[in-house]
Design a protein around this ligand. Structure first.
Ligand code: CA2
Length: 168
């Protein structure tokens, strides 16, 4: 019997996907308040995320919604993907729901997938109502105040966390 073709032995694993979720009003990025949020659009942020992910051999599933329930559903979806081995983690900028949403807190608490909370601005240097986050206590880590550069930093952080889990 001839030895098996080495090509036929190649195991194809599902691509590791990072969900990048954006909450309310982030679709307006780059159109107003450049002093707070910079001039990049959400489409520019998506490009930043895809560029860093490509270098790390990751896929990006980039989404935005103005509706709290969509964000809850997407966290659950990412949680199922993590359990199935197709999703590496979630980067979420929950927008103003950061400061109001027990539903988002419960959604993140209810899944195993690592969730990185990401904010463009340093919310602690702004109004007092932005100082409390319902998401931070259940997030794996928080990135804030780096402008839109925080998104690729958060993706790199997820990749490092996954690598350290694989090592240990
Ligand atoms: O700094 C962040 O990333 C925030 O999550 C952004 C939210 C804000 O409510 C959080 O406190 C901090 C607001 C996103 C809305 O962004 C806009 C951008 C341009 C014009 C209007 C809104």
């Amino acid at each position: 019997m001839s030895p098996p073709d080495s090509e036929a032995l190649t195991v194809t694993t599902p691509a590791a996907t990072v969900f990048v979720l954006n909450g309310p009003n982030l679709n307006l990025l780059g159109t107003r308040e450049p002093g707070v949020y910079g001039s990049s659009t959400l489409s520019d942020v998506e490009t930043l995320c895809r560029d860093v992910a490509t270098g790390l051999a990751l896929e990006v599933d980039f989404r935005q919604s103005n509706h709290e329930g969509d964000l809850v559903d997407w966290i659950h979806e990412a949680g199922r993907g993590y359990d199935e081995g197709t999703v590496l983690g979630v980067v979420i900028n929950p927008g103003a729901y950061t400061h109001t949403s027990i539903a988002l807190h419960d959604a993140v608490a209810g899944v195993r997938v690592p969730v990185i909370e990401c904010h463009i601005s340093n919310v602690h240097a702004r109004e007092a109502f932005r100082h409390h986050s319902f998401v931070s206590p259940v997030a794996r880590a928080v990135v804030l105040g780096f402008g839109v550069a925080g998104y690729p930093l958060a993706i790199e952080g997820l990749h490092r966390l996954a690598a350290s889990r694989a090592d240990g």
